[in-house]
Design a protein. Structure first.
Ligand code: ADP
Ligand code: ADP
Length: 226
């Protein structure tokens, strides 16, 4: 599903954010990426999203080589990877419904399919009644649920989450984890970069720990710490 072969990333500043990363993530897995600030977690996510290009190495998604930044491949990435950020990144001038619909519109979806699909994902994150609200009228937890609905509306096989609970209190964080767990149980591969020790320790999954840009641990049902 995702395969990284000898991936390194050196920024123009000379910082080596990732060094010789070899990683194989299978369909249906739930993977935490942990590590101190500066370890390279966000860089890894950015490489997968093609917001940054690796300095060397090869990346494959579903067997397709996506190493080179190539505009032709961007729709392929969008179809295969849903993404959730710590700071939600919703469009504040659009309603909840419109934020989610927009993710389908940019992939050229049929309006009939959009009208059918958006309520389904809204229901999955338990926000049907907030369809016409604007993001600023919602709590942080609700905004993150909208961003998850937007991330899964095109049914991507892979969901990337970069610190999805970072801006939320523990209760809301738990709610988000329930939803991510449910999405994973339906077959979506989930990759989540996180600092949330409690979550990793309580919901044990594969843990990949980065330190100074190197994988120092890859454990099947690990905790936050070694
Ligand atoms: P994490 O997400 O684990 O905190 P990052 O991937 O953000 O780690 O950062 C890894 C290293 O790369 C850090 O030393 C950081 O300062 C550096 N870095 C991140 N983004 C850039 C950038 N755009 N330009 C230069 N250095 C960067
Ligand atoms: P069209 O028929 O022109 O494709 P729609 O009927 O799908 O458009 O939607 C018209 C507008 O109303 C869009 O901006 C859409 O996002 C919004 N909309 C449609 N259904 C809902 C809903 N259940 N709740 C909130 N907004 C909606």
């Amino acid at each position: 599903m995702i395969k990284l072969v000898n991936i390194s990333k050196e920024y123009k500043s000379g910082v080596k954010a990732l060094t010789d990363i070899n990683l194989h993530i299978h369909k249906g897995e739930f993977v935490y990426i942990v590590g101190e600030s500066g370890a390279g977690k966000s860089t890894l996510i950015k490489l997968l999203l093609k917001e940054e290009a690796p300095t060397s190495g090869e990346m494959y998604i579903n067997g397709v080589n996506v190493t080179k930044v190539n505009n032709r491949r961007i729709p392929y990435i969008r179809r295969n990877l849903g993404v959730v950020f710590q700071d939600f990144r919703l469009l504040n001038n659009k309603t909840v419904y419109e934020n989610i619909a927009f993710a389908m519109e940019i992939l050229g979806a049929d309006p009939k399919d959009i009208r059918r699909r958006v309520p389904v994902v809204l229901n999955r994150v338990d926000l049907s009644r907030k369809s016409s609200s604007f993001p600023e009228q919602l709590s942080g937890g609700e905004q993150q649920r909208v961003s998850i609905a937007r991330a899964i509306v095109n049914n991507p096989p892979i969901l990337l989450a970069d610190e999805p609970t970072g801006n939320l209190d523990p209760d809301n964080g738990l709610e988000i984890m329930k939803i991510l767990n449910d999405i994973n149980a339906r077959g979506t591969t989930v990759i989540m970069a996180t600092h949330a020790k409690e979550i990793v320790d309580n919901l044990r999954r594969r843990v990949i720990q980065l330190k100074d840009g190197v994988i120092v641990r890859d454990q099947k049902r690990g905790g936050y710490d070694e």
